[in-house]
Design a protein around this ligand. Structure first.
Ligand SMILES: Nc1ncnc2c1ncn2[C@@H]1O[C@H](COP(=O)(O)OP(=O)(O)OP(=O)(O)O)[C@@H](O)[C@H]1O
Length: 743
């Protein structure tokens, strides 16, 4: 028998070899990058854009190799055929192409996450290799071959790699989510590797790893379906910018930088949704019926005038007649093109009719080549322009929606399906800022209005020809340079073609409202309104989606309490569901209490088992109403002293109803709490933050100080459930009113 120390020494040798290879590859790629850069700014434009494309490529590769430093190697499989396979963050081979490390996403690594004693899948022993920096600090074995067990039944029970898992869960929080690649559990792995096609819903209670799984799935899909996804891109939609910051390290640490992340509010480039509004207003804006309202509002902007308009032109009169306008509108509508594009046909038709009127008044025949001049003169005559614009105005989405909200008569005409009260809720000034719920409506409008793209289409035809030549050329280049392992000819050609700074797929996709993605991942999806779904589904015509969330945590008034009622209408019933059931975040005592409170409040929630017990994880302090703020600040200060360690880890959140947040922040600052600097918003790097439950959605902290839960419950039961399930170590409840039922 070898001792653990011997085993650690053995693994250290392998780990050294793998890091050695990583260093070699880094040096090689940096040298290539330097060589490309040395070529300087000379050469033809074609040469320069090629050089830029290669430079971006090598920069990406260097970034990828840098990002995988931590826990590069974390697993080892001993197989039935006596071979051994190491599993890690990325795949590496030695210069002779002998495998050194298997990418965790490769089929050959699957058994690391899935093999069980009942289904060993060719694995005799699974080993978790624990490292700190480049040093192996421990090994943890699971023997899957029953004959080797020597009657130790404990080795079969529980979670996979339990020691490594629990160590990860116990660690202090840093304000940034980490990856879970070394301890993915079997039920999570099944979701991560689920097929690309179709819509997959992942329902799970708080802390079950939905966000972690969604991110790892994005990385897995990019790996397993690189050819399909590298050019179409993957979009990840999160609930808030704070949340996106919270998760922004995870994909890079998995070697993936090409995912576009956004919120629904940021979905339309150029629109800033800085406004706020009552929930009931957002709820109306989110209803599916608003699609018809927008469509009607667009149609209302195609109008037959009440009477004729006569225009004098070079001593003759032409008349913009209602009957002509009516016919031209009808013909243009039959094209079924967006408003601004169909308008081109409408104007052409009207000018033709006016030109005929004009020509009829002339005493001579007009040669065909002069008819163009007459049309041009009519087109540029101010009164005619005004008359035609009044009949069919070119519109931006912003103008359409602002006019609709600001003019009651427009709303009454377009939104007859809404009640007078609902219409009154929508009313606002024309220059009020956009709100998050407006964004899907602007997107809907953009779709129906379209842009006049005649020039763009001619350009696209020319570009398609050029592209064929570039792909062929890129293929040649790749054959000569051997770069084909990490980029395709098509992608390289994209980068050649983008000229200037070589844009990545993600950069191009993020700037283009009408980009369609190969896959879309939606987190906290229970919050999305019907209109938000329409905007999102437009971006993924293949309906290849990962939808994660928890219908018990819904706070948005337009969100869902049941997946079927939300998704059946938009996905026509075509979606599959998986469930996560183990809570990795919250200590059992806190999770159980949160569960009872949620049940008492009537939430339909998923069953949940906690992965761990933490003693004294729930503390409740009752104080007088005027002491509430001070008591909460004191509790936060005490908690912060306990959890904040020398590495900078350890985070505390004070969570309260929105009305209390400002006062708590002020009192916390006075008391010297290490809060974010004023005006920085939600700075996740601060040791202590004060936020409301909606801001806390999706985040986690070592300790949460929950202030006056009865007040949070009044806002929404889902919000209280969210607030109670954020801590990884302890929940401290500070209250003056009665506690909600279930405590
Ligand atoms: N297999 C795992 N190994 C290690 N840590 C894990 C694992 N699964 C989940 N975790 C950790 O559990 C915590 C909760 O995960 P995550 O935030 O993904 O849960 P969630 O289901 O999205 O939660 P919520 O719905 O409450 O936002 C995170 O710290 C995550 O890293």
């Amino acid at each position: 028998m070898t001792t653990t120390d011997d085993e650690i020494a053995l693994e250290q040798r392998q780990v050294d070899v793998v890091y050695g290879r990583l260093d070699e590859l880094r040096a090689q790629t940096r040298a290539r990058l330097a060589a490309v850069r040395r070529q300087g700014p000379s050469g033809s434009p074609q040469n320069r854009s090629e050089r830029d494309a290669f430079a971006t490529l090598y920069e990406d590769r260097v970034a990828q190799l840098e990002a995988v430093e931590e826990r590069l190697v974390f697993g080892r499989l001993d197989l039935d055929d006596d071979s051994t396979r190491y599993v890690g963050r990325i795949g590496l081979t030695d210069p002779e192409q002998t495998p050194l490390l298997t990418d965790w996403r490769a089929p050959a690594a699957r058994a690391f996450y899935r093999a069980t004693a009942a289904h060993p899948d060719g694995v005799r022993r699974r080993r978790h290799v624990v490292t700190r920096g480049r040093t192996v600090t421990g090994v943890e074995d699971e023997v899957l071959d029953l004959d080797l067990l020597d009657g130790d039944p404990d080795a079969l029970a529980g979670l996979s790699g339990e020691g490594a898992l629990l160590a990860g869960l116990r660690a202090g929080r840093t304000g940034r989510m980490g990856d879970i690649v070394s301890t993915i559990q079997s039920e999570q792995d099944a979701i991560i590797r689920s097929e690309l096609t179709g819509a997959l819903v992942v329902q799970g209670g708080p802390g079950t790893g939905k966000t972690a799984v969604a991110l790892h799935r994005a990385a897995y899909l990019l790996y397993a379906h690189r050819r399909v996804l590298e050019r179409s891109g993957v979009l990840l939609v999160g609930p808030s910018r704070t949340f996106l910051r919270y998760i922004d390290q995870v994909l890079p640490s998995l070697g993936e930088t090409g995912v576009v992340t956004t919120t629904i509010s940021d979905l339309v480039p150029g629109v800033v949704a800085s406004g706020t509004e009552p929930d009931e207003v957002a709820a109306v804006k989110g209803r599916a019926v608003m699609a018809q309202v927008i469509a009607r509002a667009v149609r209302d902007r195609q109008r037959v005038p009440a009477g004729p308009t006569s225009v004098r032109l070079d001593g003759r009169t032409v008349v913009v007649r209602p009957s002509d306008v009516s016919q031209a509108i009808a013909r243009a509508r039959r094209l079924h093109r967006p408003h601004n594009l169909a308008r081109v046909a409408f104007v052409r038709d009207m000018l033709g009719r006016l030109a005929s009127q004009y020509v009829e008044q002339l005493a001579f025949e007009v040669p065909a080549d002069e008819r163009g001049e007459i049309l041009e003169e009519l087109r540029t005559t101010r009164e005619i322009r005004i008359a035609l614009n009044l009949a069919w105005m070119p519109l931006t989405p912003q103008k359409l929606l602002a006019d609709l909200y600001a003019k009651p008569w427009r709303l009454e005409s377009a939104a007859a399906q809404l009640s007078p009260r609902e219409r009154a809720l929508l009313a606002r000034d024309a220059d009020a800022p956009w709100t998050p719920a407006d964004v899907p409506l602007l997107d809907e409008a953009a779709e129906l209005l379209g842009e006049d793209d005649q020039a763009a289409r001619a350009q696209a035809r020319a570009a398609a020809d050029a592209r064929q030549r570039e792909v062929a050329y890129a293929r040649q280049v790749l054959e000569q340079t051997g770069g084909g392992a990490f980029v395709s000819a098509e992608l390289l050609a994209d980068r050649f073609a983008s000229g200037g700074p070589a844009l990545t797929t993600a950069e191009r996709a993020a700037a283009d409202r009408s980009w369609t993605y190969g896959h879309v991942v939606v987190d906290e999806a229970q919050e999305l309104s019907a209109m938000a779904w329409r905007a999102l589904l437009r971006r993924v015509p293949t309906r290849s989606l990962t939808i994660v969330g928890d219908v018990a945590q819904t706070s948005s008034a337009a969100g869902a309490r049941r997946w079927a009622s939300m998704l059946d209408p938009v996905l026509r019933g075509s979606w599959r569901q998986a469930e996560l059931t183990v809570n990795y975040r919250t200590p059992a005592q806190v999770a159980d209490t949160a569960g009872r409170v949620a049940d008492a409040a009537g939430l339909a929630r998923s069953p949940l088992t906690s992965a761990r017990e933490v003693p004294d994880a729930l503390e409740v302090s009752k104080v007088a109403p005027d002491e509430l703020t001070d008591a909460a600040v004191t509790a936060a200060a005490t908690a912060s002293r306990t959890v904040h360690d020398e590495s900078g880890a350890g985070r505390v959140a004070v969570v309260a109803a929105p009305g209390r947040v400002a006062a708590l922040r002020a009192a916390g600052a006075d008391a010297g709490l290490a809060l974010p600097a004023a005006g920085t918003g939600l700075d996740l790097d601060a040791p202590v933050v004060v936020l409301d439950p909606r801001e806390a959605k999706g985040l986690e902290f070592d300790v949460v100080v929950l202030v006056e839960p009865a007040e949070v419950l009044e806002q929404s039961a889902g919000d209280l459930y969210v607030a109670m399930t954020r801590p990884t170590r302890a929940l401290h409840v500070v209250h003056s009113r009665d506690l909600p039922a279930g405590f």
